[in-house]
Design a protein around this ligand. Sequence first.
Ligand code: IYR
Length: 231
Amino acid sequence: MTAAAGFQSLTFERLSESEQINRSRTFLAQIRTRRTVRDFSPEPVPFELIENAIAAAATAPSGANQQPWTFVLVSDADVKQRIRAAAEAEEKLSYEQRMSQEWLDALAPLGTDWHKPHLELAPYLIVVFRQAYSEHTDPNTGETARIKHYYTEESVGIAVGILLAALHLSGLATLTHTPSPMKFLTEILNRPVNERPYLVIPVGYPAEDAQVPIITKKSLDEVLVHVGSST
Ligand code: IYR
């Protein structure tokens, strides 16, 4: 599969310090403008933007380089409609019966509820699956062996981070949607049992009147603990 075929010298572009600072500041400024969007326009999106973002995500580091991800790209209106209907059925139960008051209170500032029109409106849904393990069939004996995968949660999380950054830098809006339970995605998208639904990401342009909650991110002081001196 993906075993290293030995070693080769690293290709690494050493930048001048001023170029490093420039790139670092530019990226920070760009990524700071990312928002989770729930109001989408049905306007189509250039396909290459989606393909390139998924290709970028697929460069992520992963446990034993096993690349335990599958990105199912849905643009078919009928399939999007089925995903919306199934997600709303689960979410309605969650919001009305399964989620604790503490959870509902924590979510209240985001203004979410069980209605998920974006699952139909956004031109693309990227449904991310995590491969808990894989299978290899010996071409000679026909025997199938199960291959253990390592750190799949971390690996897919990193890939999704790159995916969201790539889509944002391409001028697109995304939503990280976690319907629960997500088993309906396996059924609708006909995925094998080793693939576990991880996240649904509607992608597109924001609606013209898109609203987002007024929220803040923690300051650097709150998230960065430095052991050592910063010189
Ligand atoms: N999965 C639900 C609820 C939800 C939960 C959390 I934690 C969020 O940050 C946002 C939503 C939904 O998608 O509405």
